[in-house]
Design a protein. Structure first.
Ligand code: 1PW
Length: 213
């Protein structure tokens, strides 16, 4: 299943399954690991996507620093991070000033991007063979992440999507076997990403963190 670079999207997607604890908390380390895999996937789509992955890399690095820093145990789960950062006044709630790179706002950005990925892969999974990936990707982007991006980023992102390969090439690039096998795997793996997304969304909604600057 792995190609020469050892990339396999299935491995990436199953990592998100291991994010959830019995108490339905989201573990930070596999979340970060899953994102690193998504970045490898993005980079495999061509250099045109490097501007997209670059920001994700920066944000992954911020979270890794928390996980190796002095307060690392506070960042064991997304839940413990929210509790700790809010209780310690480490989150800029109105304007980005004293704590420009809090864990809460950084995870929020990745969380929104994960929603886009989820919508896109779901659209890909359920699309007809002759569907255009650029259209599926643009539609899912416009329905999610685009709402948080300024015009210039929306423009650049939409341009990059035009370079996406055809649906079948795209599915084959995932190294999951035939396009049909790739579609089956997505059907199995996407619910795990959805679950992680929903739990994070509910947590952020509960603490009114969905609009962090
Ligand atoms: C093929 C489908 C792949 C979906 C993977 C998702 C990766 C998403 C990264 C999008 C990044 C676009 C350029 C960066 C924009 C940032 O300004 C923005 N970051 C995100 C992740 O949306 C907001 O971060 P900021 O500027 O508030 O620190």
């Amino acid at each position: 299943m792995a190609d020469v670079e050892g990339f396999c999207l299935k491995k990436v997607l199953v990592v998100f399954e291991s994010c959830l604890t019995e108490k339905q908390e989201v573990l930070m380390d596999p979340y970060i690991e899953g994102w690193k895999g998504l970045v490898r996937f993005l980079n495999s789509l061509g250099t045109i996507f490097s501007f997209v992955s670059k920001d994700a890399v920066t944000k992954i690095q911020i979270m890794e620093n928390f996980r190796s820093g002095g307060q690392q145990e506070k960042y064991l789960t997304v839940q413990s991070m929210v509790t700790y950062e809010l209780a310690s006044g480490l989150v800029d709630l109105k304007n980005r000033s004293e704590h420009p790179n809090s864990g809460c706002r950084t995870i929020l950005r990745l969380h929104r991007a994960l929603h886009w990925l989820q919508l896109f892969l779901e659209a890909l999974r359920t699309s007809q063979e002759d569907s255009k990936t650029s259209v599926l990707c643009t539609d899912s982007y416009n329905a999610s992440l685009a709402n948080y991006h300024p015009w210039i980023i929306r423009k650049a992102a939409t341009l990059a999507f035009c370079a996406l390969p055809t649906r079948n090439t795209f599915l084959e690039n995932m190294n999951l076997g035939s396009p049909e096998e790739a579609v089956d795997m997505l059907g199995e793996a996407l619910p795990h990403i959805c679950k992680v997304y929903e739990i994070t969304e509910a947590l952020y909604a509960k603490h009114k963190l969905l609009d962090l600057p």
